[in-house]
Design a protein around this ligand. Sequence first.
Ligand SMILES: NC(=O)c1ccc[n+]([C@@H]2O[C@H](COP(=O)([O-])OP(=O)(O)OC[C@H]3O[C@@H](n4cnc5c(N)ncnc54)[C@H](OP(=O)(O)O)[C@@H]3O)[C@@H](O)[C@H]2O)c1
Length: 195
Amino acid sequence: MKIVVIGGTGLTGRKVINNLRGRSHEVVAAAPSTGVNTTTGEGLGYAISGAEIAINLENPSSFEEVAVKKFLETAAHNLFTAERAAAARHHAVLPVVGTHRLEQSACFRGKIIQEDLNQESGVPYTIVRPTRLFEFLGAIVQSRSEDEITRLSTAYFEPIASDDVAAPQPIFPSIPHEMAPSKSVVSTVCESPIS
Ligand SMILES: NC(=O)c1ccc[n+]([C@@H]2O[C@H](COP(=O)([O-])OP(=O)(O)OC[C@H]3O[C@@H](n4cnc5c(N)ncnc54)[C@H](OP(=O)(O)O)[C@@H]3O)[C@@H](O)[C@H]2O)c1
């Protein structure tokens, strides 16, 4: 079966591709660096033609409000047009869990738009909502650090490894079972102490 992974050169996309190739599927890594761009439409029709499934693992380069909205709307329009033309059977997308609980975030508002566009696309779809990736913790610390001090939320959260998200049978706990305060989760993966 031909499967196209949009964002197939990214952290999660590369792992999904390896797992699918291990199962003998014809897999295409679609990303600007491989000549496929969902916002300009470059290479998209060719990449999707003959594909039965498209998995959307792309990320915009900016999560600034206007930019992310434009990216997601344009990408969805181009992608679903190509999928309908190719008579693709299924589309999967990977937003983040809990977006409706944090609508102050432009990133999360973008993910809500992405889910809505999937539901309106006319292409059968699956929406998978993992928690934040473990690999994203460094970026969280960086964005919350100033003058060698890192200030973290007291909120509890439960990150997931991209290996588990990309696994052939993804491991998503149905109930939170290993939630911990951000500070203690980050402390376990950072060398310097977090205050
Ligand atoms: N990070 C998290 O904590 C988290 C949590 C839950 C869900 N997710 C979701 O998981 C998915 C993958 O996240 P990730 O962190 O693994 O991604 P990532 O490493 O940031 O990779 C992003 C991918 O998107 C591609 N891309 C960017 N612009 C594109 C365009 N115009 N057309 C086609 N492809 C484009 C990039 O291609 P190039 O390599 O060519 O730039 C790259 O392959 C995303 O949908 C994200 O929302 C992430």
